[in-house]
Design a protein around this ligand. Structure first.
Ligand code: FES
Length: 87
């Protein structure tokens, strides 16, 4: 697992293994945009301020994935212990 830190509210939320960021944010009461929830539509794209996403979507190019500035929170995880999102 890892922690998502929400830059706008300062909240920190644990994402357990096997759970998506989207799921934990919804469970925490946040309204987040999503549609396919399989990494193919791009609706859930979220800006990454700090940390290294573990990209598992089909949307971002290899360059975008390497850049690490945004991610699909429905399916992608984190390679770092903390991921700071622009939420
Ligand atoms: Fe479609 Fe995340 S909801 S890519």
């Amino acid at each position: 697992g890892f922690v998502v830190a929400l830059a706008r509210s300062g909240r920190r939320i644990v994402v357990p293994p096997g759970t998506s960021i989207l799921e934990v944010l919804r469970a925490a009461g946040l309204r987040v945009q999503a549609a396919c929830e399989q990494g193919v539509c791009g609706t859930c794209e979220t800006q990454v301020l700090e940390g290294t996403p573990d990209h598992r979507d089909m949307i971002l190019s290899d360059d975008e994935k390497a850049g690490g500035r945004s991610m699909m929170i429905c399916c992608s995880g984190s390679r770092s212990e903390v991921l700071v999102l622009d939420l």
